[in-house]
Design a protein around this ligand. Structure first.
Ligand code: NDP
Ligand code: KPL
Length: 307
């Protein structure tokens, strides 16, 4: 498992998976592979993925053809995670590290329940504005991957190896001291911006320019902070200000992954966002009326698309 042959398998060749796949492919086409079955497999095999106008013929294996990788990156939507966990089983060997870049606070535990938490690193993708339209993905800002062990007072061997891989591939990254806090910070952001953008059909530029939209994001994010504090997670009102610094970096015409889902008529991650806030709020005795309203409104939007 030398540095020059560090094999990465990606499950989920959508906005994030295509971007990270393209960067790893640029570094070494032999060392990156997607896993997909059925029609997804055939589409990827025939068309590859297109990122910022360039086509990438990244290898694709059916779940039963996959072989043990050094790193498995999980980049599917929340409601596809169980299927993805099953489909990646052959890629997970005794030395494999699994890194989810998904939004939300529970993908690591769900993957760990299947493969053992000792195989899992915590991860998230911050500040990327990847837009998927059909098979083509564009982005202006790559942002960075925050990843690591649950706590990172000093870096472990496997974290250093992946940091080195990301350096070679040109994937900006950071290893924060407290990954649980980082996951909640990102979760707070997504509860605010993904849901409000999807409800209003608003780009990042439109959200930046609308005090009313920002007010709605703030109230939704404050409910996450209240739940986080009740759960002894180190999140505070100051983190809302940190989010606006990230928003300022995203392209004006960019769209959240949830708005992309609504516009493409796909199921959204609303259960993972407002749904989880409502559930955790209920357990901690924290009222969450803003997320209740967002949940109901977004479910109505989903039901119109299904009809
Ligand atoms: N887009 C963004 O800018 C960001 C997204 N995120 C988060 O990252 C995660 C992924 O988001 P994003 O990349 O936007 O999502 P996309 O919907 O663009 O991509 C997900 C991909 O996973 C594929 N997929 C689903 N199930 C399987 C499976 N069993 N095997 C193989 N492939 C599968 C889907 O295929 P198909 O289309 O055929 O269903 C799709 O191509 C989400 O949690 C999102 O919230 C985080 C930061 C930024
Ligand atoms: C923060 C944001 C909005 C962009 O990276 C995101 O995580 C998403 O689109 O899901």
């Amino acid at each position: 498992m030398g540095e020059s042959t560090y094999k990465t398998t990606i499950i989920g060749a959508g906005a994030l998976g295509a971007v990270y796949g393209s960067l790893l492919f640029n570094m070494n086409p032999d060392d990156v592979c997607f896993i997909a079955s059925g029609e997804r497999h055939d589409r990827l095999k025939n068309d590859g993925v297109t990122v910022n106008g360039r086509r990438y013929a990244i290898k694709v294996a059916k779940p039963e053809e996959a072989t043990a990788a050094d790193l498995v990156i999980v980049a599917v939507k929340h409601h596809h995670l169980d299927e993805a966990i099953a489909d990646m089983s052959k890629a997970v060997g005794s030395q494999t590290v699994i890194l989810s870049v998904m939004n939300g606070i529970d993908s690591e535990e769900r993957i760990g329940a299947a493969y053992g938490m000792e195989k899992v690193l915590y991860g998230l993708s911050l500040g990327i504005d990847a837009l998927r339209e059909g098979g083509a993905v564009t982005y202006k800002n790559l942002g960075r991957i925050l990843f690591g062990e649950r706590e990172n007072r000093e870096s472990t061997e496997r974290v250093r190896r992946i940091a080195s891989l990301f350096d070679r591939a040109g994937i900006a990254h950071e290893v924060p001291p407290d990954m649980v806090r980082s996951l909640w910070f990102k979760y707070m952001i997504n509860v605010g911006v993904n849901q409000v953008s999807a409800l209003l059909g608003a780009t990042y530029g439109a959200l930046r320019n609308s005090p009313e939209a920002r007010e709605l994001m703030d109230t939704a994010m404050r409910e996450v902070i209240a739940v986080a504090v009740a759960k002894k997670v180190n999140l505070s009102e100051d983190d809302i200000g940190e989010w606006y610094k990230v928003l300022a970096t995203l392209s004006a015409e960019g769209k959240t992954s949830m708005l992309q889902d609504v516009e493409a008529g796909r199921k959204t991650e609303v259960e993972m966002l407002a749904g989880t806030v409502i559930e955790l709020g209920g357990r901690c005795g924290i009222p969450t009326p803003v997320n209740r309203k967002l949940f109901d409104d977004l479910k109505r939007i989903e039901s119109l698309q299904e009809g």
